[in-house]
Design a protein around this ligand. Structure first.
Ligand code: ZN
Length: 145
């Protein structure tokens, strides 16, 4: 569940909350980021999306077939099994590794007040150790005029 953008962290950065509902989940946050973009008034420039978590990530992938994110999560579990000979005492090393594989940020171009994404692309928040309440930070850098 996505919550509406909240008060700006700083004057030039916004954030919104994502409530995840399972251990592993990919949530399309393109609409929430577009809402922040509209509020910013930026027409052309660059959008930075940053996830301030060590067991969650952000990625861009296909939005049309829900089996794509399902397959991504299923295959990730094979590459990085939940249980292995991990030493991290918290017991969530798999989530940390998955988060580093995907990364904490994405960059998307902004043109004409819209995010520049391919027809089938969406921006996904990736939960690897849920359910939790998470934050997504967004900053727009407008082109110099
Ligand atoms: Zn941990």
């Amino acid at each position: 569940m996505l919550l509406a953008p909240t008060a700006a962290v700083e004057d030039d950065m916004d954030q919104f909350t994502v409530r995840t509902h399972s251990g592993f989940e990919m949530i399309d946050i393109t609409g929430a980021i577009t809402s922040v973009l509209r509020k910013s008034g930026v027409k052309d420039g660059v959008c930075y999306v940053f996830v301030p978590h060590t067991t969650a990530a952000v990625t861009i992938n296909e939005n049309a077939d829900p089996d794509v994110p399902r397959d991504i999560l299923t295959e990730l579990d094979k590459i990085v099994p939940l249980d292995d000979t991990y030493r991290h005492i918290e017991g969530n090393s798999a989530a940390h590794i998955k988060a580093s594989l995907f990364g904490a940020s994405e960059v998307v171009l902004v043109k004409g007040g819209s995010l520049v994404l391919g027809t089938w692309q969406s921006i996904f928040f990736c939960e690897f150790d849920g359910p939790r309440t998470r934050s997504v930070m967004v900053r727009f850098l407008p082109d110099a005029v």
